[in-house]
Design a protein around this ligand. Structure first.
Ligand code: CTP
Length: 436
């Protein structure tokens, strides 16, 4: 494909002026060093699609690390990372923006799924090593050609047609994680796979190339998928392309899981309207639903292998062991608020929201809402000091008595400090009599 000439300066101008200024400054710094410099990848793709993206991937035809140091100095920022072996560096600007700077390079794959070996090259080769045509676009930043779109492989046309196309036949074999990336982009932008791309992807899946991918990389892909707004659709695609088995043979994404997942956007809005302090980690809800078909032990060992953090594993484990029991309690006709409080108090926001989703029941939702907004905020006014004032020596009865007052208060039976104190006194007398 011959390179198309197209200028995106006017689209760039629509960006926030700070970012626009930054890009043109990068161009000028490169002018002074007589280097050609480009912004590439996701930023360019999203600029053309009109989607906000602050991933500044800068590629320079020259020494990337030297250029990064120069940028840091001129922009009064600092180099926060350097990788000599890849010729890449990361610069943080004064305004808190991050620039990933790299030298143009080609990559050689020693074996499918392995990380590539790197060698210096020109821009065209650098773009050709990338995953899809829509990610192989660059914009020149040097002053004279500022805004010139570099499109060697028809990426702009594919963007306009809504197509995900690989650049060469070995793309999925070289890097099988691109299979997952393709499905992410398909769903994120509501695009389609090009016909040949689809065939080669299916072929790569049949060849089980994903088996060669390390668990670390698989885990990374899974997390990226679960963090997409269209996670549920991507999971359906993973099921359709029979990809879930590479994570665990028993993993599936059934119509039932898909239906429950369709409640997640609603649950997100519900939590937002509650205006509570915590932020909901939505991706963990998808994870909880995804591991639903596995036993507790299977889920735990899969997530441990995938190096999912321990507190998330604990959530999965806990919810799988206890959700039925908790849901039964919340559905009971005569359940007391104190029982609800005790049953929910150790759960994170994600676990609570998960219960609402799987219960498909408004009483459960109402209880959890009541718990989040009211019950968990109830504090006693009486303290150990009141017990001492009532003439008792500190001991195990303190905890027990305060617990009893809390239960009564949670159940709405103690409105004032006096009421709490009276009940506390009566309770302590009973305790004493029992002891005698
Ligand atoms: N890339 C690739 N193969 C991969 C991963 C990345 O070719 N397995 C290339 C793509 O060209 C991509 C660039 O590296 O544009 C940067 O990768 P990344 O930041 O992961 O991707 P984005 O395209 O920016 O995707 P996202 O919007 O999801 O961040």
């Amino acid at each position: 494909v011959s390179q198309q000439t197209f200028n995106v300066k006017n689209i760039l101008k629509k960006m926030e002026s700070e970012e626009y200024k930054l890009l043109s400054e990068i161009g000028k710094i490169a002018d002074n060093l007589e280097l050609d410099v480009y912004i590439v990848g996701g930023f360019v793709r999203d600029l053309i699609l009109g989607v906000e993206n602050f991933d500044f991937d800068i590629v320079v035809e020259g020494n990337g690390i030297k250029f990064a140091r120069e940028l840091a100095e001129e922009l009064e920022g600092e180099v926060i990372e350097e990788h000599q072996e890849f010729g890449t560096a990361c610069v943080a600007t004064r305004l808190g923006l991050k620039l990933d700077v790299a030298s143009c390079r080609v990559e050689y794959y020693q074996s499918p799924g392995a990380l590539p070996e790197v060698e210096a090259s020109d821009l065209k080769q650098d773009l050709f090593r990338r995953d899809f045509t829509l990610n192989a676009l660059a914009i020149k930043l040097n002053s004279e050609r500022f805004g010139k779109l570099i499109d060697f492989f028809g990426g702009k046309e594919d963007l306009e047609a809504g197509l995900i196309r690989i650049l060469h036949n070995f793309s999925f074999i070289d890097d099988p994680t691109r299979i997952f990336r393709a499905l992410r982009f398909v769903n994120r932008y509501d695009f389609e796979l090009g016909q040949i791309t689809r065939e080669l992807m299916e072929h790569a899946i049949d060849q089980k190339v994903v088996e060669g991918v390390s668990l670390g990389r698989l885990s990374n892909e899974l997390e990226l998928i679960l963090k997409e707004e269209t996670a549920a659709e991507i999971l359906s695609d993973l099921e359709e392309f029979d990809l879930l088995k590479f994570f665990h043979p028993q993993l599936s994404w059934t119509a039932k899981q898909s239906k429950l997942a369709s409640e997640i956007p609603w649950a997100e809005r519900w939590v937002e309207e509650l205006e509570i302090e915590e932020e909901l980690a939505v991706w963990q809800l998808y994870l909880l639903l995804l591991v639903n078909p596995l036993s507790v032990a299977e889920a735990k060992s899969l997530l441990t292998e995938l190096k999912i953090s321990n507190d998330i594993i604990a959530k999965v484990e806990f919810i799988k062991e206890s959700d039925k029991e908790k849901l039964e309690l919340l559905r009971e006709f005569n359940v007391q608020p104190s029982e609800v409080y005790n049953s929910l108090k150790s759960l994170s926001l994600e676990e609570l929201v998960y219960l609402v989703i799987v219960s498909e029941n408004t009483e459960v939702k109402d209880w959890i809402e009541f718990y989040l907004l009211e019950l968990r905020r109830i504090e006693l006014q009486v303290t150990g000091k009141d017990i001492i004032e009532l003439g008792y020596e500190p001991g195990p009865c303190f905890e027990k008595a305060l617990q009893a007052v809390k239960t009564k208060k949670l159940n709405g039976e103690l409105e004032t400090y006096e009421a709490e104190r009276n009940y506390l006194e009566k309770y302590l007398i009973c305790l004493k009599e029992e002891d005698n």
